[in-house]
Ligand binder design. Structure first.
Ligand SMILES: [Fe+2]
Length: 165
């Protein structure tokens, strides 16, 4: 993976040997966040049914949050001297988020499809928090922000099923 040429001004990690590994972790999270934002837009366009207008608007809020998180994650990678790849080919190759069907989707199905993808993404990042913290606490802090936002979205999606919170 390409690194920034001048390493002199790079932040000192708790474990500098892990710089590329931390960058690779951030790259993986970036791919998933960009993919979530693309899937969110897809559902923003394909949602149908009585709740379609409110879901249409809600989906754009979520897309905005995923894009902001993707930016945060990518900029942490660059700060560490790791050049992230947020292009479509990289996302298609590396995302762990399952695509959604390309057809009209009823509101309740949109919520279900999103809820399980957001939950899966949150779980995958949460699982990596401890090892990443051992290498770099600042990156861990960035990923804690990611998990906090995804888990809040999980709650907002779950609440639309009328489940007890
Ligand atoms: Fe729109």
């Amino acid at each position: 993976m390409e690194t920034v040429a001048n390493a002199v001004h790079l932040p000192a990690l708790d474990n500098p040997n892990e710089r590329d590994a931390v960058g690779a972790e951030l790259q993986t999270v970036l791919q998933d966040l960009i993919d979530l934002s693309l899937i969110g837009k897809q559902l923003h366009w394909s949602v149908v049914g009585p709740e379609s207008h409110s879901l249409h608007l809600f989906l754009d809020e979520l897309v905005g949050e995923w894009r902001e998180l993707a930016d945060l994650v990518a900029e942490r990678a660059v700060t560490l001297g790791f050049v992230p790849d947020g292009q479509s080919v990289a996302v298609a190759d590396g995302s762990r988020v399952e695509p959604v069907p390309v057809r009209s989707v009823a509101g309740h199905a949109v919520i279900w499809e999103l809820a399980r993808r957001v939950a899966g993404s949150a779980e995958r990042v949460r699982e990596r928090l401890t090892p990443i913290g051992a290498a770099d606490l600042v990156t861990q802090d960035v990923l804690v922000d990611v998990v906090r936002t995804l888990e809040k979205q999980q709650w907002l999606l779950r609440s639309q099923f009328g489940e007890k919170v």
